[in-house]
Every structure is written in structure tokens, then in C-alpha cells.
Design a protein around this ligand. Structure first.
Ligand code: MTE
Ligand code: MO
Length: 427
């Protein structure tokens, strides 16, 4: 059993598959913390968790340049010979919300049916990939000018996973690509790449290779199936899937989701008079409304900041703006700083509002409220449901499509349509 050495996991993680381990962050942890606690950070493993030598300082990373020159660094070398950097960044799997893509379009997409929890946020610490590449002999100015032969940085993990990123991102002085050894101030947990992983902020998490052991510069992308096959998108027609010409997913699109929802008691709003179109005064019937508190996250790739989060309490007919919460707050609520040159972290948002009775629909079901087809109960009625929706907009004014049907793809990647949450009110 190659999984017999896998680590123990937090019971609150929502397990999709045990071997290999794939698990979502529970929604309450997303609502509670800007930085996802290490043991509740979502886990996406394609294989087993590799074991490393007794002394993690002796873990070695080899770096191979285009001309075949190889340099070797132990973890100890990385920690002692290069300045350390911190970057606060979310990682999101390209399969996050695949469940909604399948359900929302009525067509099943291939892959694990992730809900909203294949995304988490952490503060990473390590050395800059560009510092290590420069030390290994890569000509950074040529790379920045676009004249180097190497066009891609290929990463390999100890268990055989591999992926690559364009050289442009790898050495961008504001790209913040890390070879990370710490996560939220602690050594990386085994599930998250101990003792060393790439962290490619703003890109699909599939490029943030864990258990990193080898880097190679090449004019080609990584030959791995995860670069050349799995993490690509196609049109909603299933028939035309050209793996060769479709670009590998790198930067993520804009995303948002509702991770918390609380309904209060019904309130009877004061009845009032108003004037109809002809100017006649009429009495408006008593209105009922329910307090709703929603919370969630929003994120966009490429370091693009989230500028607005829109919430609808009536299935998308009318909208209000949610409050974007301050980025970093420590446990006692004090602000702490976010690290990095781009908006690599997620934003958390919160919305409080009154949901009017007419935003709810009667849920069809057998009920003893009804006698002879007529409700004997005083309003507001029982067994109601409403659909709450969220969508986000980033600083390039990219926003999420209304439905999944036009972005459905056979691999089920990059599901990002409006997140709809059907809620029941049985008060
Ligand atoms: N790196 C290795 N070595 N093996 C893997 O299976 N999975 C990738 C990426 N890096 C993977 C890997 C994918 S698809 C994702 S979404 C992220 O790691 C998940 O990172 P996490 O488990 O730390 O959340
Ligand atoms: Mo992923």
C-alpha cells in the first residue's frame, strides 16, 4: 500500500477520496479565518505523500539549466544562502466548484465533484525562485528581455508529479514565485509538500508543485500529463478536444462563493400608505422579512484585486454590495500585514440584509399546515425557500458568468459561474 505512510489528517476536513488524499476545507473555517489553519487547508494529492530523509535539511533540490548544467541545493543551503521572503497567497484547484458545473448545466464533467472548498489561503515563506535560478547561472536580464532560450520552468515532485510555468512569471520581480518551506509560520505539513514546494501565486494551484526535488529550464512546457492534458479547458461542445493546441491553465479567472449563511426570525415590517400611479393613496399590506447574514470568499488570479462583491437575495433579480473584510486580522482582531506584490490572497466578504417574503418561494411538500387546500396558518407561511447568489468583479472588471452552461468543459475545470445557494426557511 503506497499510502501506508500518509500522515494523519484533521477529522473536520471534508474527504473526497482517502487514497490518494483529496479533501476540502470545511466552510466554517473559510468564514472564520483569513489564513486557513494548516491542518484545515484543502488537500489535493494525485498520489501518495512521499517520505523524506530523517534530516529534512539534507533534502536536495537540483536545478538544471538549458545547457544541461546542474546545480544542487540542500534545503539547508536554501535557508542559509538566500534571503527569505513571505508571500500571502491563496491556492485554488482548477476543479474547485466542479460539482456546480455539473449540476448547474445538467451535464456531468469529469473529475472530483469539488464543492466550494478546494481553495485556501496561507502565508508562505521561502526563497525566491528567481534568486535560485540566478545563482544556478540563469541569465535573468535575458529572461526578462524575452531573449533567453529557456521559456518554461519545469518543476518535479518526489512522487513523480510535475508541472511548469512560463519563465516570465518565474522571474517577474513582482511575481513572487517562491520555493517555500514554511506555511503560516510553521514548517510545511507533509500533505502540503514538506519540506519544499513551489508556490506560484495567482496561478492554478496545479503549478505549485509539492515535495519539490527538481527544476529544469526548457524551451518546452513540462511533459507531464498534468501540464499537457488534465489542466486545460475546452469549449462546451464535447466533440472538439484538441489537447495540443489548448493552452495549459495558468492564471485563474475571477471566483467567489458563499460559505456561510444564517437566517434570523421573521420581522413584520410596519405597514404604510403610499400613492399609486394615479395619485390615489392606498394601504400597503403588511410585509414580512427575514434577516440574512451571508459570508464567503472572492478571489481572482494573476494578482488582480477583487474590487466588488455583489449579492442577490432573490435569485439574481436585484443586487446589493457585500462588505469586503479587511485582509489580515490575527486571532484577536488586530490587523497584520499581507505580503507580496500582487493581490494573491483571497478576500473574505460579508453581507447583512433583510430578505422580503416575496423573495421566497413555497416549497412543494406534504404539510399539515393545509386543510382542504387552504392554509390555516397565519402568515408568514412555513416551508419557504429562497436563492441567494454571489458574484465578484476584479480590478480588470472581469466578472463571473451567470451560468455554467456556456463554460462547461469535459474536464470540469475553472467552474466560476455565479454561486447560487438555495436556503430553506422553516421558521
Ligand atoms: N504537487 C505534487 N507533487 N503532487 C500533487 O499531487 N497536486 C497539485 C499541486 N501540487 C500536486 C502537487 C494540485 S492539482 C493542487 S490543486 C495543489 O497541489 C494542492 O495543494 P495543497 O494540497 O497544498 O492544497
Ligand atoms: Mo488541483
Amino acid at each position: 500500500d503506497p499510502f501506508s505512510e500518509d500522515p494523519e489528517r484533521h477529522p473536520a476536513l471534508i474527504t473526497m477520496t482517502a487514497k490518494p488524499r483529496n479533501a476540502e476545507t470545511p466552510t466554517d473555517a473559510m468564514t472564520a479565518d483569513f489564513l486557513t489553519p494548516n491542518d484545515l487547508f484543502y488537500v489535493r494529492n494525485h498520489m501518495w505523500v512521499p517520505t523524506i530523509p530523517e534530516d529534512p535539511g539534507q533534502h536536495t533540490l537540483t536545478v538544471e539549466l538549458e545547457d544541461g548544467t546542474v546545480k544542487e541545493y540542500t534545503l539547508h543551503d536554501l535557508k542559509t544562502r538566500f534571503p527569505s521572503h513571505k508571500v500571502t497567497a491563496a491556492l485554488q484547484c482548477s476543479g474547485n466548484r466542479r460539482k456546480h458545473m455539473s449540476e448547474g448545466s445538467g451535464r456531468k464533467a469529469n473529475g472530483l465533484p469539488w464543492n466550494v472548498g478546494a481553495i485556501s489561503n496561507a502565508s508562505w515563506e521561502g526563497v525566491l525562485l528567481s534568486d535560485v535560478l540566478a545563482d544556478a547561472g540563469f541569465d535573468i536580464p535575458a529572461g526578462l528581455a524575452g531573449t533567453s532560450e529557456a521559456k518554461h520552468v519545469q518543476f518535479s515532485g518526489l512522487e513523480a508529479y510535475g508541472a511548469s510555468i512560463p519563465i516570465k512569471k518565474a522571474i517577474d520581480p513582482q511575481g513572487d514565485v517562491l520555493l517555500a518551506y514554511n506555511m503560516n509560520g510553521q514548517a510545511l505539513p507533509r500533505d502540503h509538500g514538506f519540506p519544499l514546494r513551489a508556490v506560484v501565486p495567482g496561478h492554478v494551484a496545479a503549478r505549485s508543485v509539492k515535495w519539490l526535488s527538481h527544476i529544469s529550464l526548457s524551451d518546452e512546457e513540462s511533459p507531464s500529463q498534468w501540464q499537457r492534458r488534465d489542466y486545460k479547458c475546452f469549449g462546451p461542445n464535447q466533440t472538439h478536444v484538441d489537447w495540443e493546441t489548448a493552452p495549459a491553465i495558468q492564471e485563474m479567472p475571477v471566483q467567489s462563493a458563499i460559505t456561510g449563511c444564517r437566517l434570523g426570525e421573521w420581522t413584520k415590517l410596519p405597514s404604510k400608505s403610499d400613492k399609486d400611479a394615479s395619485g390615489k393613496t392606498r394601504k400597503v399590506k403588511a410585509k414580512y422579512a427575514q434577516q440574512a447574514t451571508l459570508s464567503g470568499y472572492a478571489y481572482s488570479g494573476g494578482g488582480r484585486a477583487i474590487v466588488r462583491v455583489d449579492v442577490s437575495l432573490d435569485g439574481g433579480k436585484t443586487w446589493c454590495q457585500a462588505k469586503i473584510l479587511p485582509d489580515c486580522t490575527t486571532k484577536n482582531g488586530a490587523p497584520s500585514s499581507c505580503f507580496g506584490h500582487g493581490s494573491w490572497a483571497w478576500k473574505r466578504w460579508r453581507y447583512e440584509g433583510m430578505v422580503p417574503l416575496d423573495a421566497f418561494e413555497q416549497v412543494q411538500q406534504k404539510t399539515d399546515d393545509k386543510k382542504g387546500g387552504k392554509s390555516t396558518r397565519k402568515p408568514p407561511p412555513k416551508h419557504l425557500s429562497a436563492t441567494f447568489v454571489v458574484k465578484a468583479t476584479d480590478e480588470s472588471y472581469n466578472t463571473q458568468p451567470e451560468s455554467h452552461s456556456a463554460t462547461w468543459n469535459v474536464r470540469g475545470n475553472l467552474a466560476t459561474a455565479w454561486h447560487r445557494l438555495q436556503v430553506r426557511s422553516d421558521n
